[in-house]
Design a protein around this ligand. Structure first.
Ligand code: DOR
Ligand code: ZN
Length: 343
């Protein structure tokens, strides 16, 4: 199959940043996605409805003329998040609340270090069927960085689900066979997003033949066996697994740095990269469910009406992209991507 037409996809996890970053990030995401769940981990966390509305307006103002795109806003679960805002969230166009364990990743400094403190928030979310979006890694210094997701599942997530059995949960950007197995063991209202880069990279791509900072993200990419389990889940047709790029732009200077920032930018080629994975796995027929149906079904939103068409037509990713008066190195920079959007 060299051409593929299917329902326009959405991105259920993206970092658009703010200010002058938005002209690039919003264009790149709106290029292929109709909607996106926008992460709230800005330097000043988006942890109330007013901040989310202001941020939403900024995003829409950055949308190029003629593009249609709907940012789906989220709240950052900081210690300042108010129960009242949870009760008012859906009416205010909020689609989820993001939980970062404090210190787990980029922009998680306002996250939570004691989960019991947020029980009233989780209670209100459960009542309102408002999804909890989780960065699932422990931050305990004694836990190896490659084990942090698996330990989070066992030590934090399993007890959390016991305490809040009806809470809607998305375990974001899963990176291990353990996470796949765990998600399969949970009820329908617990789901997971999978990034393109976790489907394409292993830790060899990060560490062998020299350290590659542009392949560094959190959760860190894992083993070949983990990658295979993620691909199997993505192409399974199981609605518990859907698309979330976690596209996370950082200027080149922050990546090519003695202390490299975590995050991989994939929005410039997002749906095309997923198509490569599904094509390789001989499962292009499963791409539409994963990219365009299971996300809106989980979030209780209508599926998109328009179609997009992808064609097998290799193209070269630019070596860099202008970003915030400097440059950003996109995923696959200077190399080719197999599929292209033609409409
Ligand atoms: O690699 C990552 N980058 N993982 C995250 O969880 C956050 C993101 C970012 O904001 O840069
Ligand atoms: Zn993220």
């Amino acid at each position: 199959m060299d051409k593929l037409t299917f329902t326009q996809p959405d991105d259920w996890h993206v970092h658009l940043r703010e200010g002058d970053a938005l002209s690039m990030t919003v264009r790149a995401t709106a290029r292929c996605f109709a909607r996106a769940i926008v992460m709230p981990n800005l330097p000043r966390p988006v942890d109330n409805i007013i901040a989310a509305n202001t941020y939403r307006k900024q995003i829409l103002a950055a949308l190029p003329n003629g593009h249609k795109f709907e940012p789906l806003m989220t709240l950052y679960l900081t210690e300042n998040l108010k129960v009242n805002d949870i009760h008012n969230a859906q009416a205010a166009g909020i689609h989820g609340v993001k939980l970062y364990p404090r210190g787990a990743t980029t922009g998680s400094g306002f996250g939570i270090n004691n989960i019991e403190k947020i029980y009233p928030i989780l209670e209100a979310m459960q009542q309102n069927f408002l999804p909890l979006l989780i960065h699932g890694e422990v931050t305990d210094e004694t836990v190896d960085v490659f084990s942090r997701e698996a330990v989070f599942i066992d030590k934090v997530l399993v007890p959390l689900i016991k305490r809040f059995p009806k809470l809607k949960i998305v375990l974001e950007h899963i990176s291990t066979a353990r996470a796949v197995e765990f998600i399969l063991s949970t009820p329908k209202h617990v789901a997971a997003t999978i990034t393109a880069h976790h489907l394409l990279l292993t830790r060899n791509d990060l560490l062998v033949g020299g350290l590659r900072p542009h392949h560094y993200c959190l959760p860190i990419v894992k083993t070949e066996q983990d990658k295979r389990a993620l691909i199997k889940a993505a192409i399974s047709g199981n609605p518990k697994f859907f698309l979330g790029t976690d596209s996370a732009p950082h200027p080149r200077t922050s990546k090519e740095n003695a202390c490299c920032a975590a995050g991989i930018f994939t929005a410039h080629a997002a749906i095309e990269l997923y198509a490569e994975v599904f094509d390789q796995a001989k499962a292009l027929d499963k791409l539409e469910g994963f990219s365009s149906f299971f996300g809106p079904d989980f979030y209780g939103l209508p599926r998109n009406r328009k179609d997009i068409t992808l064609q097998r037509a290799p193209w070269l990713v630019p070596a860099s992209i202008p970003f915030q008066n400097t440059q950003l190195i996109p995923f696959r920079a200077g190399e080719s991507v197999e599929w292209k959007i033609v409409t």
